[in-house]
Design a protein around this ligand. Structure first.
Ligand code: CP
Ligand code: NVA
Length: 303
């Protein structure tokens, strides 16, 4: 056990720490300049999968805090030629103050965090996407007030992003209703963990049941990076599209969120994602102050 502040998953971090990270993200967003908070610090951003938002927001976050980012894109490192994750972690720890990793298997992230002497941040795995959901909770609260006691509905694939929503439902105490076709539902272990830890997480195959009266409706792509059974997924997920009719089952003032990238006509119709209830651009924008606040926590700046 070390005192290194890794940001690996929301279920592994105390609620009061997550709350402080969010509160500080709100403050950082309101400031015109946040220079020098991480002056002289450097962060390696390691991508084994593509990224637009995570890459740009982390790179600018550290830059705007006075530090420096080294971006290692897919295929740029010796990881792709068989150097182990552990050895990569030990080497990067000699150079930088923190490592953000986007990878496929969650075990790579664990291996990185066990071998690194510096904080490791989860920039998405096949199993979770915690930085995204921090920005989502921030966006929810900016539009609808405190999330505790509210209802969030998910209709679509029970994927990595849904898994971090499940962690968040426990940590931030809101009701989460997920609708996914049975073969694509989040694992029963994860749902049981949530409900055994005070969560109110309901899973069904019925999108209307999930969305009914919700404060927020969320979805994500039907085909995540690395998924290869595309045709079958499209067939199974067809009834889960968020269209105007499904959105109208939520509260009249409900918001729509999507972590992006979006596929109009698949998981969401243009009328919804480009309509008045959508907050997806604000949600993407909030990745920046959230990444700043996560970096500050990892690097030991208060909280
Ligand atoms: N939402 C998100 O993480 O986007 P990127 O894959 O572009 O980083
Ligand atoms: N579920 C998606 C999220 C992308 C940000 C994926 O893993 O590809």
């Amino acid at each position: 056990m070390t005192n290194i502040r890794h940001f690996l998953d929301l279920d592994l971090i105390e609620t009061d720490v997550l709350r402080k990270i969010l509160d500080r993200a709100v403050t950082l967003k309101a400031e015109s300049s946040s220079q020098d908070r991480l002056s002289g610090k450097s962060v390696a951003l390691v991508f084994e999968k593509p990224s637009t938002r995570t890459r740009v927001s982390f790179e600018l976050a550290i830059l705007q805090l006075g530090g420096h980012a080294v971006v290692l894109d897919q295929g740029d490192t010796q990881l792709g030629r068989g150097e182990t994750v552990g050895d990569t972690a030990r080497v990067l720890s000699e150079y930088v103050d923190a490592i953000m990793l986007r990878t496929s298997e969650a075990k790579n992230l664990i291996e990185m965090s066990q071998a690194a002497n510096v904080p490791v941040i989860n920039g998405l795995t096949n199993s979770s996407h915690p930085c995204q959901i921090m920005a989502d909770v921030m966006t929810f609260e900016a539009n609808k007030g405190p999330i505790n006691g509210k209802t969030v509905a998910w209709s679509g694939d029970g994927n990595n992003v849904a898994a971090s929503w499940i962690h968040a439902a426990v940590k931030f105490d809101f009701e989460l209703r997920l609708a996914s076709p049975r073969p694509l539902q989040n694992s029963t272990e994860l749902i049981s963990w949530a409900n055994n830890n005070g969560g109110k997480v309901l899973v069904s195959e019925d999108p209307k049941l999930a969305v009914n009266g919700a404060d927020c409706v969320v979805t994500d792509t039907w085909i995540s990076m690395g998924d290869n059974n595309g045709k079958e997924r499209l067939r199974l997920l067809e009834p889960y599209r968020i269209d105007k009719e499904l959105m109208s089952a939520a509260k009249p003032d409900a918001i729509f969120m999507h972590c992006l990238p979006a596929h109009r006509g698949n998981e969401v119709d243009s009328e919804v994602i480009d309509g008045p209830q959508s907050v997806v651009w604000e949600e993407a924008g909030n990745r920046l102050p959230v990444q700043k606040s996560i970096l500050m926590w990892c690097l030991g700046t208060d909280v």
